[in-house]
Design a protein around this ligand. Sequence first.
Ligand SMILES: Nc1ncnc2c1ncn2[C@@H]1O[C@H](COP(=O)(O)OP(=O)(O)OP(=O)(O)O)[C@@H](O)[C@H]1O
Ligand code: SF4
Ligand SMILES: [Mg+2]
Length: 368
Amino acid sequence: MADTAEAILEVRDLHKHYPLTQGVLFKKQVGAVKAVDGVDFDLAAGETLGIVGESGCGKSTVAKMLVNLERPTSGSIRYKGEDITTLSPKALKAVRRNIQMVFQDPYTSLNPRMTVGDIIGEPYEIHPEVAPKGDRRRKVQDLLDVVGLNPEYINRYPHQFSGGQRQRIGIARGLALQPEIIVADEPVSALDVSVQAQVINLMGNLQSEFSLSYVFIAHDLSIVRHISDRVGVMYLGRIVEIGSDAQIYDHPTHPYTQALLSAVPVPDPDARAHRERIILTGDVPSPANIPSGCRFRTRCWKAQERCALEVPLLAVPAVFRLTDSPAKHDSACHFAEEKHVVPAETDEDGPETPPTNGADPFRKPESP
Ligand SMILES: Nc1ncnc2c1ncn2[C@@H]1O[C@H](COP(=O)(O)OP(=O)(O)OP(=O)(O)O)[C@@H](O)[C@H]1O
Ligand code: SF4
Ligand SMILES: [Mg+2]
């Protein structure tokens, strides 16, 4: 989809560095947590871009910058060609209406003292032009209906709903201003497995109905494949591989993607017996102390001298450039090579937690 449709969002060389300071009175900067350290991607109108990566790799920080909850240290975010990181507050307000966020935790992201009607209608206080006061109740009830909740629940409080219903409320609030882009940060991770599919299906239906584009963030590769047209894999603040879902899942070329995929649970015992598990060694480095050259080299089984010296760019690797292979997609590795690690059909697998082992690829990095 991305190849043909126009990009609605273009993210280039995006950075978010949090300063590390020392001293009580005279704070001196002694380093920086490089939470996001050069992220590039496009989002086409109407597509879903999945972003996956283990805990602490910078997914939420990217999401927050897209909706202007965090200001980038450097880089650009172009919405329909206009860099929203440099807009005046007034111009930014108009753009922000079109890029809304759905948060991970439906338990903490809804104010327990507000009714559902007030929660969903709150964005109209800032953008009254979308729904004049006399029209708001009807608009909110329409939104409740759209997300599959009874419009008569408008005066209820969040604690009167289940986790899945609360996430529907969060989605309704995200839709209130009729945005074009929804940034969903782990929208189903806090939900029971049985409810996750319902919320994902709802998001799919809403996308068609309202022509939405999604940036869908998760650490669960099965869920991301289910909803995404394209997938970007993040490691230590950067996207290391990006392509269509088939390219990433069936023809991965970056060793990190291959390791993540090899940890996806496989329900079929025969397929499980034949698949190769790639166990990563070593810890995830701190984002305050990123390795030279390739940031994955301290855990990569293919690392060579060049990997410590030269930063691999996110581009189509030279070996695939003149081919028609599905492996021809962007991958930040000097020695990119195709490796099949997921037996067919595993993407239909339920969203389980990947099995843990001595070097769990999903482990949270240590604090700097
Ligand atoms: N305000 C902050 N100050 C300093 N460091 C921060 C701040 N916010 C995030 N970080 C650090 O930036 C890195 C990226 O954090 P982020 O929350 O974006 O990761 P994530 O990929 O969303 O992780 P998770 O899967 O656990 O949600 C982490 O190392 C985190 O500790
Ligand atoms: S550049 Fe080197 S260290 Fe980095 S992923 Fe490729 S082989 Fe591994
Ligand atoms: Mg996060």
